[in-house]
Design a protein around this ligand. Sequence first.
Ligand SMILES: [Zn+2]
Length: 69
Amino acid sequence: MRCDKTTEQRALIAAPADLLLTVTAMAAVPTEQLLAWCPSCHSQTLARQRADARERTRHEADSHTLFDL
Ligand SMILES: [Zn+2]
């Protein structure tokens, strides 16, 4: 996955596809699995993944509540 409109751009960020990994987990990702992100794709994707993670956490919390009563 590489951003078409920014292939000319020099400031690309190397990061794994899963931007929510911890720093330690990210360091363990092999270099060939890193993606070249442009800053705008990186921040958009990070925001989307954080929103998804929040949504998942909320659903999990909802289902756990039934059993915790
Ligand atoms: Zn981009």
